[in-house]
Write a protein that binds this ligand. Structure first.
Ligand SMILES: Nc1ncnc2c1ncn2[C@@H]1O[C@H](COP(=O)(O)OP(=O)(O)OP(=O)(O)O)[C@@H](O)[C@H]1O
Ligand SMILES: [Mg+2]
Length: 289
């Protein structure tokens, strides 16, 4: 079973919602169901008020979707591909230029798609979803294959789209990006939702803060702290990690000083979405591995 009793609501428009899960957890299957591309064996899906897949023609007119690799005419330029698609929606040339600009393809607009890199094709895919000025964008791993600069641009684009009042539902493996750009996040595993809610709430409710202690004799310090009941692990040859971090870091300084050990550095490392994700999905990297 790819998706099992998955319960998911996005009520408020203008939100950027991250959809996360390990490989094979059911993200693409869920997105396909949402868009009416496949029919679930049980359950119901309402997209912008229309029951899917029956209401697909009504709902999809207001949705821009990018699911896996979009297909374009390889022998045509990016601009020509968009113009062709744009004709369906009565889009003017000027608007196409603006969209090309928005996705960072202005310079490559007159190049044949055959010569596009993976990242450029991905951007063209996003551009195509923007043509009909959709209320809802459903993007399955839009940052796939993008270089670091491209990822940053994609992040800005998603944020801009959210800020302009569009709802963006985006699946991704780039947890750092999701953490920075999304208002809400849904994490699934084995086809079930394991957690969902505002990003900051999910990151902060996890007791994932750690205290990084820099010290000369890490083994000795580790022993002393473990005797006091702390969970300690090695970081580097002169750093140890105390996790969960004690409420008052001075406790650590005190315990070590009492044992005649003097630390040279102490800092709190805040938990992040990656740790929460790995914790909830047991660090799985797909079923095949
Ligand atoms: N057409 C299909 N026929 C049979 N099983 C499928 C099919 N498509 C997907 N699956 C299975 O459904 C499960 C969920 O797959 P899905 O593609 O939805 O995962 P995903 O979360 O999108 O993964 P990824 O991060 O790799 O894109 C997997 O176990 C996969 O093997
Ligand atoms: Mg997928």
């Amino acid at each position: 079973m790819a998706v099992d009793t998955l319960d998911l609501h996005i009520e408020e428009p203008g939100q950027v919602v991250g959809f996360l899960g390990p490989n094979g957890s059911g993200k693409t299957t869920t997105i396909r169901c949402m868009l009416g591309l496949i029919r679930p064996t049980a359950g119901s899906i309402t997209l912008l008020g229309s029951e899917m897949p029956a209401g697909a023609s009504l709902a999809l007119a207001r949705v821009g979707a990018l699911v896996e690799n979009p297909k374009f005419f390889e022998e045509f330029t990016g601009r020509r591909n968009l113009r062709l698609l744009g004709r369906i929606h009565g889009i003017q040339r000027k608007e196409i230029d603006q969209i090309l600009n928005q996705v960072g393809l202005a310079d490559a607009a007159d190049m044949k798609v055959r010569k596009y890199s993976l990242g450029m094709k991905q951007r063209l895919g996003v551009a195509a979803t923007l043509l009909k000025d959709p209320e809802l964008l459903v993007l399955d791993e839009p940052a796939n294959g993008l270089d670091p600069a491209g990822i940053v641009e994609m992040r800005r684009l998603l944020r801009d789209l959210g800020d302009s009042g569009k709802t963006v539902f985006v699946s991704s493996h780039q947890l750092g990006e999701i953490e920075q750009v999304c208002d809400e996040v849904v994490i699934i595993d084995h086809g079930k939702v394991v957690t969902s809610g505002p990003v900051d709430k999910i990151v902060n409710t996890s007791s994932s803060n750690a205290l990084i202690v820099t010290i000369e004799n890490t083994e000795q310090a580790r022993k002393v702290l473990e005797e006091k009941g702390f969970t300690v692990s090695s970081r580097t040859n002169n750093q140890i990690e105390v996790k969960p971090a004690p409420e008052n870091p001075a406790t650590i300084t005190q315990i070590l000083a009492d044992a005649g050990i003097y630390l040279t550095g102490l800092r709190t490392e805040e938990g992040n979405l990656e740790e929460v994700f790995l914790g909830l999905t047991e660090g799985r990297s797909g079923d095949m591995l």
